[in-house]
Design a protein around this ligand. Structure first.
Ligand code: SF4
Length: 551
């Protein structure tokens, strides 16, 4: 068992890798791989309609919240800010968290620690730890695979099995779309909650499943619905939220916990909205009524295609399922893998068309990618099919890193880009689709006999009467020339909104629509000229007292 000699008196610096991120540089930043979850892999072909926002580094936030040692957390620091922290404070432990693609930055940060703070113990964790020979690539004292909270608690001599304290995490920040910064109004933000990590389904390409044990394994931070309910109540009152981004790889798979949570929500009259990740087989464990009462508002689900053979999809007609979910106002983010073994240049367009035909509100496309640590990587390695590709380019948004039986590396990039473009061409901006699904839910449940259900759908529909209508007006005008089919569908939706909510949406559209059209076109020009976005930096201190305080 590793134990730091200073125990909980050790001063700890926890940090994500340094930025900027959306540029090509020698440390492994890639313009095609910005620090934006949605724009990076979901809405990136949607031009000025793309959702631009950032999410914090939840792993190090969880660790900081659960250690008693004095600690500082740097999120999205510049190289200079990291260097400054190392030279102006004396840290006993420097913990660096990273994904695999950023291993070059981890190498540089380890080098900086050795040079600027030679007495510090360097601990590296996160998915980068899954690289087989990571010990030879970076100069760290400890490489942590899997649960970093337990490891760091153990290293500091704390009780490893103590209950998990959940930090207050605002789900996303700095939201922009159509050239407008969306204000973070109180009550609009969602809190991120992490009930479990890992997923027992163990799909061969899945990094998070593999990182926490693989098939059949997962780690619960909160075992029961009661525990989860208590944490959510605490967040509701302290963060003033009523919606939760449930960052669990397969939340609905744990039915007993979800149903107990539902019972508590009913008893306490909580009309919360939950945004979850779940596989088709997990969703199918519930009736539509249970999903609605549980507040399931949005689901990120895998749609790898009928021929993919994954257990989570077996026996489920995802076209029927997704249509049904949307009819109940449940917004969907479908996720499709491009370049699976059975894909060929002859069939891949049909496979992508099939994915796009689900008409989900969002669609993520990712290349089939053997990532270190996964069963797929091991199989490709054993078969001698891995290509010599820089780890900075292994993130699923560029080109294959393996020899595909039928598709070339360059074509993998072309098919990936075509998938995003086709989804946008056929289904239009995701903002429009969200609006359409939300309206379906509102119409269906606005008179529901259960006041808790009515209250949630009313809350979800609040922006339909006001903010959405100028956005739709501008989208409709902007797409009239380039995509008249989608433009007509947006017009129809606007008319439906007018019919439902009367004069207010019409008034908002005529007053603000032209302004939004102008900001959206200006944004498009900026994007065409190469504009990118970077997250703000965060610095957060915990457990420092008087003389040891870092301020
Ligand atoms: S169901 Fe989803 S989260 Fe679970 S292993 Fe498969 S890809 Fe990963």
């Amino acid at each position: 068992m590793n134990l730091h000699p200073k125990g909980t008196s050790a001063r700890v610096l926890l940090t994500s890798v340094f930025g900027p991120y959306a540029q090509d540089d020698e440390f492994g930043s890639r313009r095609v791989n910005p620090m934006e979850l949605y724009h990076n892999q979901v809405t990136r072909a949607q031009g000025s309609f793309s959702l631009r926002m950032f999410h914090r580094s939840w792993g190090i936030m969880m660790i900081q919240e659960n250690i008693s040692a004095p600690s500082t957390l740097l999120d999205f620091p510049s190289r200079e800010a990291f260097s400054r922290q190392l030279t102006t404070r004396r840290y006993d432990i420097v913990g660096i968290s990273s994904i695999i693609a950023n291993v070059g930055k981890v190498r540089e940060m380890c080098r900086m620690v050795r040079s600027l703070s030679p007495g510090s113990t360097i601990v590296v964790g996160g998915h980068v730890a899954a690289i087989q020979d990571i010990e030879n690539r970076i100069d760290a004292d400890h490489i942590v695979r899997g649960d970093g909270i337990a490891w760091m608690r153990g290293f500091l001599g704390q009780d490893v099995s103590a209950p998990i304290r959940h930090p207050h995490i605002v789900s996303g920040f700095d939201l922009h779309t159509m050239g407008i910064r969306v204000p973070a109004a109180a009550g609009n933000a969602a809190a991120t909650i992490i009930p479990s990590v890992g997923c027992p389904m163990g799909c061969n390409f899945c990094t998070t499943s593999a990182f926490f044990g693989g098939k059949g394994k997962f780690l619960n931070f909160y075992e029961t619905g009661d525990q989860l309910f208590r944490v959510m109540c605490e967040m509701e009152s302290s963060m003033k939220v009523r919606s939760f981004f449930v960052m669990d790889e397969n939340f609905l798979l744990h039915r007993k916990r979800a149903i107990q949570l539902l019972d508590r929500m009913k008893a306490a009259n909580k009309a919360w909205a939950l945004y979850v990740f779940s596989s088709a087989n997990a969703i199918s464990k519930y009736t539509m009524r249970e999903l609605v009462e549980l507040g399931i508002s949005w689901i990120w689900m895998g749609l790898e295609g009928p021929r993919s053979g994954y257990a989570k999809l077996q026996g489920h007609d995802t076209l029927v399922l997704t249509k049904e979910l949307r009819r109940h106002g449940i917004k969907l983010l479908g996720s499709t893998i491009v370049g699976m073994e059975h894909h060929t240049p002859a069939n891949i367009r049909d496979e992508i068309e099939h994915a796009v035909s689900h008409e989900t509100d969002f669609h993520q496309f990712m290349l089939y990618t053997p990532v270190p640590g996964t069963p797929l990587y091991q199989a490709m390695q054993a078969g001698g099919r891995l290509l010599d590709v820089d780890l900075a380019d292994i993130h699923g948004q560029y080109k294959f890193n393996f020899q595909h039986p039928a598709i070339s590396r360059d074509d993998s990039n072309r098919f990936l880009n075509w998938a995003f473009a086709r989804d946008f061409e056929r289904n239009g901006p995701s903002l429009f689709r969200i609006c359409r699904t939300t309206l379906q839910g509102w119409k269906r449940y606005k008179n529901d006999p259960d006041p808790r259900v009515r209250e949630r759908y009313t809350w979800e529909a609040r922006s339909l009467k006001t903010a959405y209508s100028p956005l739709l007006w501008a989208m409709e005008r902007d797409l009239r020339r380039t995509n008249p089919t989608v433009s007509d569908r947006i017009r129809d939706l606007r008319q439906e909104l007018d019919g439902e909510f009367g004069v207010l949406p019409r008034l908002m559209a005529s007053l603000l629509g032209p302004v939004v059209l102008w900001t959206s076109r200006r944004e498009q020009k900026r994007l065409d000229a190469g504009k990118t976005y970077e997250p703000a930096a965060f610095i957060e201190h915990r457990n420092w007292v008087d003389a040891r305080s870092p301020s």
